[in-house]
Design a protein around this ligand. Structure first.
Ligand code: KG4
Ligand code: ZN
Length: 332
């Protein structure tokens, strides 16, 4: 529940991590069926916590894509129906725009324009954010996303799903320099990433060895260092290339403490500043969807009456948000 003036009034989250853990990853059909069970009670509970009556609402924002279509459709159907019943507009939000705008919920929001490093389970992107709704892709991964690289190598180490946070925890106890894994594309110019080689390198490192706790921790540390160093170097390169000194980091991997420390140091040294969402709003959440929805509703953008969700949806195809701060020079 987000109020234009009073800010975030309530926030609810039901994590499906336990549901998917036994399978070692997300099972789409189970996710959708569980959404059907959980959504309405969550909406009720958020309304109660905020002390808001449905009659006071001005719109319902929901994630319209991109992603697993079954899960998206359960959310879209519920949000669209509630909005219809309450006589207010529904706003289908782009999942990644939600991540990008999550830091706007913080006491010191980032200035525009800025460079965004979006690192989640499905995406690794560097984006020039000129204003809300004006996103220019500077570079992205050619294969695995950063979160995926964390998760896949964690699986090789026998860690439970989702592996990212588990691997990060283990890395803290690993020895520095025990393993040095490749930093792909770091030596090449450009802002593209490639993380798929990392799991092969880990597989090689583990071959023929007994998986002791020490070995696991040392490998975890090596993996985290390879990913974080690559992300940091490319983010700095993007800031140099665009001449911007503000960096936003969001998406699940932005919860990684080591990444935050390294980025703060590196960007700070250049006189810039890094902005993050609070830890709980790094991974998927409804608050960030409300922020993006409100920004669009404020300028009159909302959906029609059809229930729509998109598995594929390029970020750059989003309409600009008229009235938001525009860049000084034209970039189009
Ligand atoms: O944004 P998100 O919640 O979902 C997607 O949109 O993909 O990101 C989830 C990803 C997972 O790959 C998860 O392992 C990773 O973020 N993640 C982390 C940490 N917390 C979550 N990776 C590294 N360190 C963490 N602390
Ligand atoms: Zn996400």
């Amino acid at each position: 529940m987000l109020d234009e003036r009073r800010g975030l009034l309530a926030h609810e989250l039901f994590s499906q991590v336990e549901l998917h853990r036994v399978f070692g990853g997300v099972v789409p059909e189970l996710a959708s069926r569980d959404h059907v069970r959980r959504l309405l009670p969550l909406v009720r509970s958020a309304l109660e916590r905020a002390g808001t009556a449905s009659a006071d609402l001005n719109g319902v924002a929901y994630t319209a894509g991109p992603g697993l279509i079954g899960a998206l459709l359960t959310g879209a159907a519920l949000a669209r129906s509630l909005a219809y019943a309450w006589g207010v507009p529904a706003i289908g939000v782009h999942h990644l725009e939600g991540h990008l705008l999550a830091p706007l919920l913080e006491p010191q929001p980032p200035p525009f324009p800025h460079v965004a490093l979006l690192v989640s389970g499905g995406h690794t992107m560097l984006i020039e954010v000129q204003a809300v709704g004006r996103y220019e892709l500077l570079g992205e991964t050619r294969d695995d996303a950063a979160g995926e690289a964390f998760d896949k190598t964690a699986k090789l180490l026998g860690l439970p799903y989702p592996g990212g946070p588990e691997l990060a925890r283990l890395a803290a106890t690993g020895a520095a320099g025990a393993f040095t894994f490749p930093r792909p594309m770091l030596d090449r110019s450009g802002l593209e990433f490639s993380f798929s080689g990392l799991k092969t390198a880990v597989l090689h490192a583990l071959r023929g060895r007994q998986l002791t706790e020490t070995l696991k921790a040392d490998v975890a540390r090596g993996v985290q260092e390879a990913i974080v160093e690559t992300l940091t170097a490319k983010a700095l390169r993007a800031m140099e290339q665009t001449g911007l000194d503000a960096l936003v980091v969001s998406g699940g991997v932005s919860a990684n403490r080591y990444l935050r420390t390294r980025l703060d140091e590196a960007v700070g040294r250049k006189g810039g500043r890094v902005y993050y969402p609070r830890i709980e709003f790094c991974t998927d959440n409804a608050a960030m969807i409300a922020v993006a929805g409100l920004a669009r509703l404020a300028v009159g953008q909302h959906d029609g009456l059809a229930i729509e969700a998109r598995a594929q949806w390029p970020l750059e195809s989003l309409p600009p948000v008229a009235g938001s701060r525009q860049p000084s020079g034209s970039l189009e």
